[in-house]
Design a protein. Structure first.
Length: 331
């Protein structure tokens, strides 16, 4: 949400049309995807569309492929707030070109981010470490969990796609020659626990993670550069292929994460469509909301309410003042 200020034209449109919101909106179905950031986004949209625009919102369970297929073929649901478009880029482009689906605002203004990270306190203490290659020059800073006399690169759990890419990059970087082991984190909890443990003990940590997530909302991490641009051809042919014989150093792609809506919704929703075209938030904010959700064992709905109560300076820029007041009054 670093770029949230709507254009004067859009803002003017919001103000002019605010009075017709109730008449224009009607019934709206929103996909509540089965991962935390998307689930929270769905509830934020529900609260704003219902309370600010008078829509009648229904949330439906969603996942990337089933939701896209249903929207493309049946125009249901109306809207998927957090859609990682790279996974269905070709089919989505065709659906947009043929007028069945509209791509609205990039919900995650930073995109979905993957990479190798180190704790920010370590990056601050060692400003010379800017790249993964810089980190590999300092095995003494990244003790392996089971054997501190050796260094470690922490990998994803078995079965995750990122385990393959991390293993290939470890090989491409000759990290073993620098004294590093590739350590399987065992599970999602194990991966998260290894980061939490590093912060508790103020020790180094080097490995794969992604954003936005609760862990990166709770623990400040610095993503390192691989010193090269993302090479999609190399990625598809080798980096993401198990046991690739000759991997090269590559950078993780940044995933495009947009809100998509059906053409039918764009035509019936009136002023609510202006909202969908405007609102976006950044990974740091999402991470903090998810960290609150984890610490408080909150639901998606709890976290959405927390966001609206905690970050009014952010979300009120997405809507006209009278809409913002209605949403605030309902919290």
């Amino acid at each position: 949400m670093k770029k949230l200020i709507a254009s004067t034209f859009l803002a003017g449109g919001l103000f002019a049309l605010a009075g017709t919101a109730h008449a224009d909106c009607g019934d709206v179905s929103i996909a509540e995807m089965n991962w935390a950031s998307a689930g929270v986004a769905a509830h934020v949209d529900k609260m704003i569309l219902e309370n600010g625009y008078g829509c009648k919102v229904t949330l439906v369970a969603g996942d990337t492929m089933p939701t896209f297929t249903s929207m493309n073929e049946k125009s249901e649901p109306d809207m998927a707030p957090e859609f990682w478009v790279n996974s269905v880029r070709t089919a989505l482009d065709a659906a947009i070109a043929e007028g069945r689906i509209i791509q609205a605002a990039p919900l995650l203004s930073d995109g979905g981010v993957e990479g190798w990270w180190i704790p920010k306190f370590l990056a601050d203490a060692h400003p010379d470490i800017k790249t993964v290659q810089d980190a590999l020059k300092h095995p003494e800073l990244f003790p392996a969990p089971e054997d501190p006399s050796k260094a470690a690169v922490i990998n994803c759990p078995s079965g995750w796609n990122c385990q393959v890419s991390t293993a290939n990059l470890y090989k491409a970087l000759n990290a073993e020659k620098d004294g590093f082991q590739l350590v399987d984190s065992g599970s999602a909890a194990g991966l998260d626990g290894s980061i939490a443990n590093a912060f508790e003990k103020k020790t180094g940590w080097l490995g794969y993670y992604w954003a936005p997530t609760a862990i990166l909302g709770k623990y400040e991490m610095t993503k390192l550069s691989f010193g090269v641009e993302h090479d999609k051809k190399e990625w598809d042919a080798c980096t993401a292929v198990p046991d690739c014989a000759n991997p090269k150093v590559n950078a993780y792609p940044t995933s495009d994460v947009y809100t998509i809506v059906t053409k039918q919704f764009s035509e019936k929703a009136g002023v609510a469509m202006d909202y969908v075209k405007t609102r976006k938030w950044d990974n740091q904010t999402v991470g903090k909301v998810l960290a609150w959700m984890t610490d408080n064992q909150g639901t998606n709905e709890d976290a959405a309410k927390y966001f609206l109560q905690t970050y009014p300076d952010m979300w009120t820029k997405w809507v006209a003042p009278d809409v913002a007041e209605k949403v605030k009054a309902a919290l």
